[in-house]
Design a protein. Structure first.
Length: 196
């Protein structure tokens, strides 16, 4: 009996998109496949820009983890988000570089995750929510696996978004503020230079 391939769900149906992706998962690491399916299901409705990935990186991720999604056609995203303003783009780059400096294995997966985490950190909810994960423990497991040196540095268990921003401030010789995002701090010009 043949397998029926269902049409992809609408881009806004997170649970259905997760199931659709995992039904098309290739032979790869199951844990990372789950992580990528969660993140894609949550962030794909905003387009590739909401993932923080280039088109090339996005295609490579799909080829490795969800080859069936390429064959069956990922849901079309109607609108692409506007590019990040210069200060937010600088913030994105700083966060991604911080993660990559502390990666565990030197894999493509860590490059993709660093970009996805950095992009999600710019949004307003808890980081695990903006990544589509099932709770802070799943985020902690991902950081432990792929960015272990950071996990060791966060021995106090500070929320990850707060920890990342405070780490950047301390690294740059600034007094870490209590704001979870740089744009909430008021010292954006000090950290990233004056706007255009």
């Amino acid at each position: 009996m043949g397998i029926l391939h269902s049409a992809p769900p609408g881009a806004g149906d997170t649970a259905a998109l997760y199931r659709w992706l995992t039904d098309r998962q290739g032979r790869c690491n199951v844990f990372d496949g789950h992580l990528f399916a969660c993140i894609l299901a949550r962030r794909w409705p905003g387009g590739v820009g909401a993932l923080g990935l280039s088109d090339v990186a996005f295609t490579r991720l799909l080829e490795r983890y969800f080859p069936g999604a390429l064959q069956d056609g990922l849901p079309v995203v109607e609108a692409s988000p506007a590019p990040l303003p210069a200060p937010l783009h600088a913030e994105f780059r700083e966060l991604a570089e911080l993660l990559l400096t502390h990666r565990s294995q030197g894999t493509d997966e860590e490059v993709w995750l660093a970009a996805m985490i950095a992009r999600a950190a710019l949004d307003g909810a808890e980081l695990w929510q903006d990544l589509g994960l099932n709770g802070p423990r799943h985020l902690a497991a991902m950081i432990e696996r792929h960015f272990h040196p950071l996990a060791v540095l966060n021995a106090a268990g500070t929320r990850w978004k707060t920890f990342l921003y405070r780490f950047l401030c301390a690294r740059d010789g600034l007094i870490p503020c209590g704001a979870p995002l740089c744009r909430d701090c008021g010292a954006e010009a000090v950290c990233f230079g004056a706007g255009d």
